[in-house]
Design a protein around this ligand. Structure first.
Ligand SMILES: [Zn+2]
Length: 284
């Protein structure tokens, strides 16, 4: 095992040893926590921080209109579930999106009636969100020093897979949430049929393609992390499978794989084996 890897122990707090997997990546094979199954990148610290720079690029996260509409409908489903779990009107609920990028979810939540704000560490992107009129602060959540129990809901979309130590952030989320408050986390699912079929070819594992991805969850490791941070799992959903990345095979094979993956989207969701994972946690 490489000894200069940035991540050297299970991020969700297991004391169990790491074992080497057969998932070979340029920086070394992924390692697996023998306790919860979390997969970990072997990348070194310097390379990790270099790839994290991509999130502050001026053109980062500016999707075309049809993609914005897709994100709006995804966000509205999530906001509806949050409101149902909270059992009160959005207008009476204060929500913070942590790592909010250009503030798309903050905007959608505001349109749905929530008192919504965001926190974003990439300074130029946070400034771009403010230019759109959104209530977005620059920096890390722990530097905002929100009072205890400030929020009804918090969200971490595609954040936890970037963190060597996610537990301090989750504990800070717990502190700023009211009792019974909801924390929504999205990340990849390493226990998906996509990983079973593609292994290390899944782009999500590649720090060159997905900047800063170092820690790969599954429903079990998500539940362990939730428990260790003082949350209980309300529900974990997964969605979508794929068997090829765009451009990595002949087009006929690619199209066949795409058809097969589309046929398996519903069974994957029902079986909890899709590669997109969404966890609704409640502050215990
Ligand atoms: Zn573990």
């Amino acid at each position: 095992m490489k000894t200069n890897s940035y991540v050297m122990s299970c991020p969700v707090g297991c004391a169990a040893p790491l074992e080497t997997t057969a998932y070979a990546l340029p920086e070394g094979p992924l390692r697996r926590c023998s306790g919860c199954g979390q997969l970990l990148s072997a990348v070194g610290e310097k390379r990790y921080w270099e790839t994290m720079e991509s999130f502050n690029a001026p053109d980062f996260n500016q999707p075309p209109a049809h993609e914005m509409e897709r994100r709006r409908s995804v966000a509205n489903r999530r906001l509806h579930t949050i409101a149902r779990l909270l059992g009160k009107a959005p207008a009476a609920s204060r929500l913070v999106d942590i790592g909010c990028s250009r503030g798309q979810f903050v905007g959608f939540a505001g349109e749905a009636g929530f008192q919504a704000e965001g926190v974003e560490p990439a300074p130029d992107i946070a400034a771009a969100a403010r230019d759109l009129g959104l209530n977005v602060r620059s920096g890390l959540l722990e530097h905002r020093h929100y009072p205890d129990a400030s929020f009804d809901a918090a969200s971490l979309f595609e954040v936890v897979e970037h963190l060597r130590e996610p537990l301090p952030l989750l504990k800070e989320c717990r502190r700023i949430l009211k009792p019974g408050g909801v924390l929504l986390i999205s990340t990849g699912n390493a226990a998906s049929w996509t990983v079973a079929a593609m292994g290390a070819r899944w782009d999500y594992f590649h720090i060159e393609k997905d900047g800063g991805h170092i820690s790969f969850f599954n429903p079990e490791s998500m539940a362990v992390m939730a428990k260790n941070a003082g949350f209980q799992v309300e529900r974990i959903e997964t969605a979508r499978v794929k068997f090829h990345e765009k451009g990595d095979v002949a087009s006929v094979t690619y199209r066949l794989g795409k058809v097969a993956a589309e046929l398996l989207n519903v069974p994957a969701r029902l079986a909890g084996r899709g590669h997109d994972m969404l966890a609704y946690l409640r502050r215990a």
